[in-house]
Design a protein around this ligand. Structure first.
Ligand code: ADP
Ligand code: MG
Length: 245
């Protein structure tokens, strides 16, 4: 068995003193694995993936990413953030910067890349998400689907080993969902380690090695997609699937 790139061991997290949001999370993700996380609203999906790059901190248990244990150590957090790209439901692009400037900002100022190299890398990633012709536009001049592809390209510009997606298509009009999912499917085909919170079950069937179902801060069930959808074990999973399928 190859070493896990992400490893949760008995991870617990509370918001404030008494809201227990993650309960005894055990989860190992292998390099190149593609995981879809689903579950009802408020079940802790965003919190789970936000712990991976320390946008949220856990209080108990051990969380290792690419061999580094997440703690208060700022150097460790920085090291991990370099390896982990994240894409949110709201695209979080800077509206006053062009698409190209959105993509070169972090590589130039965090990665210390010279402008010419940062721009070259940005154009490669824009090509990868098939939007290079929009490089000089401003985000709000683009459709939602285009903006989300820019957000994916921006994350890829930091050459992450892991990509986290938090409901990347939930804010999109239906006709734009496919263009974003297609880019994610391509990324999966290129061997990227991915964790995607999504209720796009067609996507889960197409790319996931594993589907994880969360409810009330726990991983209730996990299985390869065909097994998960065709033969869910827990009543909570069955109930959830009956509502979304
Ligand atoms: P999901 O992504 O599955 O909808 P979240 O991880 O966003 O769930 O949230 C899980 C629970 O934690 C929800 O009840 C939410 O209201 C609560 N929560 C999320 N963020 C915070 C926060 N910063 N402070 C307090 N409670 C929070
Ligand atoms: Mg969420």
């Amino acid at each position: 068995m190859t070493e896990s790139i992400i490893s949760f061991q008995k991870v617990n997290k509370w918001y404030g003193n008494n809201f227990h949001v993650l309960r005894d999370i055990d989860l190992d993700v292998a390099r190149g694995e593609r995981i879809v996380v689903c579950g009802p609203s408020g079940s802790g999906k965003s919190t789970l993936i936000r712990c991976i790059n320390r946008l949220e901190e856990h209080q108990e248990g051990t969380l290792r990413v690419d061999g580094v244990e997440l703690s208060d150590d700022v150097k460790a957090i920085e090291a991990i953030r370099k390896q982990v790209g994240m894409v949110f439901q709201q695209f979080n692009l800077f509206p006053h910067l062009t698409v190209l400037e959105n993509l070169t900002l972090a590589p130039m100022w965090v990665g210390k890349l010279p402008r010419a190299e940062a721009e070259e890398r940005a154009m490669q990633q824009l090509k990868r998400v098939r939007i290079s012709e929009q490089a000089l536009k401003y985000p709000l001049q683009l459709s939602g689907g285009q903006q989300q592809r820019v957000a994916i390209a921006r994350a890829l510009c930091l050459t992450p080993k892991i990509m986290l997606f938090d409901e990347p298509t939930s804010a999109l009009d239906p006709e734009m969902i496919k263009e974003v999912l297609d880019v994610m499917i391509e990324l999966a085909g290129q061997g990227m380690t991915m964790i995607c919170v999504t209720h796009e079950m067609g996507f889960a069937k197409a790319v996931a090695n594993r589907v994880i179902f969360m409810d009330q801060g726990q991983i209730v069930e996990q299985a390869p997609p065909h097994q998960f959808f065709d033969n869910p074990q827990s009543e909570r999973t069955k109930d959830f699937l009956s509502k979304i399928l």
